[in-house]
Design a protein around this ligand. Structure first.
Ligand code: FEO
Ligand code: CA
Ligand code: CA
Ligand code: CA
Length: 597
């Protein structure tokens, strides 16, 4: 039976794809094409990509590596628009053959700096074909990299904890790092989460605050930057605060290529997966955010100001300041079943649900610290310590946290947690020992979207029902669903169905990662159906569901990441083609457009 609400995007689920298959797989009646690939030119004078002759200058003008958050934002004419995309990290092992030559390693390091960050690129389509193409030389085309200028906003901007030898204002940061998931705001800007920023620094683990973001010190990094660029050496007294300038939510205006992107201190510093904004009943805007680390927390931000829905630049300009001031909260969950019934196997407790109540605990109020003994700067810059102090609930790696625009309910992807039941105790919200396959929580605000109380229940306990008998799909018969593991990014279609992309299925259930539809209402609630699978070693990111046009977009991140130059495990998406600009013998992270035939 096809899900009726989907209309033009109705499909028969694909079978799971074995982890050794290097193919992009779509349902019968659909086709796929790369829309833009790592190295594709963005500007009129950008050289054609040459895998064997990469340079920092060329990479700075080309689509970056490891695309993650993605959106396709149409202009009001529906014929033009922009594609926006994060570039989370690089895979040196499949970009270059090994070398120990210091000068060459530094040259590659500068390529890595240009390959990360963010892309805005214009898109267009004709009247006769719903599919989009990107535009070389578009007016709004832009690359942000590890060397671009960013401005700090909010209560901690200008703090001594943000000052370095190169910036005595604590307000002007070079670059963005680890840009993972994100969200597009109701006013048309894009939020990008700075996630695993710690890995780019030779890390000092001298203080409790430094240890809380990485427990042990390091002297080298995979990009090599710390060996020749002092700002990535946190042992250097001049740059001891440089890591404090990363780990933020970044806001980018894709309509204005000259605008300075901002890092919002009011939203706290952590390994931000992303942020997703909804306008509350009373006009305040609420951002939901996950800190993707084992045993870290779920957050929400409530703006001080209110959203101005009027069209035009005056209202938009005002809305663009909404994330600069507001209150930050962290989640505390409680279960309603006796602790003895949470056995760690995933077996449901006697009341038939993993569920209960919760509280949003304030970390800041009206621009002041709400945590005794910590200043506002400390709460915002060392947010994990503040959340520890108020007894927040340790979660199984919160990834995307996304409000459903159709209902206001909030969905939390918890990707997995090998330490559950050891480093962190079992609880009803994280009920599986060593949580290998992850789960999804459905959270219902019970005192309004801006309020401090909620109810919750586990929607999905992921896994392959063939091998994990306690996998749970909101009560839908487990033998009728697609196996799913390690939920990561979330999206909604126009009917309010949930879509989940995964990262980690190959090593947990033996299938390639993919994109899955999950109806949330009616008889089909919980019926997980696989829409696509990505190629070998890849993660599925940034799903965008334009169901009314029969279009789906995903970012294919790190295809072939377990290979090496000369021993590639994936050749996606060019698969041997040596046409100009193609790469016959190496994989390329790419944005893929899926459409109906
Ligand atoms: Fe970059 Fe939490 O995924
Ligand atoms: Ca219960
Ligand atoms: Ca992610
Ligand atoms: Ca992930």
């Amino acid at each position: 039976a096809k899900p009726k609400a989907l209309g033009p995007l109705a499909f028969e689920p694909i079978a799971p794809v074995a982890r050794t298959v290097d193919a992009f797989t779509v349902p019968t009646g659909y086709r796929w094409e790369p829309m833009i690939r790592w190295g594709d030119p963005l500007f009129a004078k950008t050289p054609t990509f040459d895998f064997s002759a990469q340079t920092p200058e060329a990479q700075a003008q080309q689509f970056g590596y490891n695309c993650d958050y993605l959106d396709i934002i149409a202009d009001t004419n529906r014929r033009t628009g922009v594609l926006v995309c994060n570039h989370e990290y690089v895979n040196p092992n499949i970009m270059f053959a090994p070398t120990t030559d210091a000068a060459e390693l530094q040259r590659r390091g500068e390529i890595y700096k240009m390959a990360q960050g963010f892309t805005v690129v214009e898109i267009e389509r004709s009247r006769s074909d719903v599919r989009w193409s990107y535009v070389v030389g578009g007016r709004r085309n832009r690359r942000l990299t590890v060397e671009s200028a960013f401005a700090m906003t909010g209560p901690a901007a200008g703090s001594d904890l943000l000052k370095t030898a190169a910036d005595n204002t604590g307000r002007k940061v070079k670059g963005t790092l680890g840009n993972c998931a994100g969200g597009t705001t109701p006013w048309g800007t894009v939020l990008s989460g700075e996630e695993n920023f710690n890995g780019y620094f030779a890390w000092a683990a001298d203080t409790p605050a430094q240890k809380r973001y990485q427990s042990s010190a390091t002297t080298t990094t995979s990009t090599g930057w710390s060996s020749y660029d002092a700002r990535f050496d946190a042992h250097d007294p001049d740059y001891v605060n440089e890591p404090n300038r990363f780990g933020w939510i970044v806001e980018i205006d894709p309509q204005d290529p000259k605008s300075t992107p901002r890092k919002h201190t009011a939203m706290g510093r952590m390994k931000h997966e992303g942020a997703n904004v909804i306008v509350a009943e009373d006009g305040h805007v609420v951002a939901y955010m996950g800190d993707d680390e084992r045993n870290d927390y779920l957050y929400k931000f409530v703006s001080k100001g209110t959203f101005d829905p009027r069209p035009g630049n005056g209202a938009r300009k005002k809305n663009m300041s909404l994330l600069e001031e507001g209150d930050l909260f962290v989640a505390r969950f409680s279960g309603n079943s006796p602790a003895g019934q949470i056995t760690g196997t995933g077996a449901l407790p006697a009341d038939g649900l993993f569920d209960g109540l919760g509280e949003w605990v304030a970390l800041t109020r009206n621009g002041e610290s709400a945590v005794p003994g910590m200043s506002i700067d400390e709460v915002l810059i060392y947010t994990r310590l503040a959340a520890d102090a108020v007894g927040a609930t340790k979660m199984d790696r919160p990834e995307d946290v996304e409000p459903n625009p159709a209902t206001g309910k909030v969905y939390v992807a918890l990707t997995n947690n090998s330490q559950r039941g050891s480093a962190s105790a079992l609880d009803e919200a994280n009920p599986v020992t060593g949580n290998r396959y992850g789960h999804v929580i459905e959270l219902t605000e019970t005192s309004g979207q801006t309020g401090t109380t909620f109810g919750w229940s586990i929607l999905l306990l992921c896994g392959d029902p063939a091998t994990f008998g306690n996998a749970y799909f909101a009560g839908f018969p487990a033998d009728l669903v697609s196996p799913i593991s390690c939920p990561d990014n979330l999206a909604f279609d126009s009917a309010g169905n949930l879509w989940i992309s995964t990262d980690g299925a190959p090593s947990t259930i033996g299938y390639n990662d993919g994109l899955f539809l999950v109806p949330l209402e009616g008889a089909e609630r919980g019926r997980v159906q696989q829409f696509l699978a990505v190629p070998r070693d890849a993660e599925t990111c940034g799903p965008v569901i334009h169901d009314q046009e029969g279009l789906v977009f995903v970012a294919v991140q790190h295809p072939g990441e377990d290979g090496a130059v000369g021993a590639q495990t994936s050749l996606f998406p060019d698969y041997g083609s040596s046409a100009p600009g193609d790469v016959p013998n190496a994989p390329r992270p790419s944005v893929v457009q899926v459409s109906k035939i």
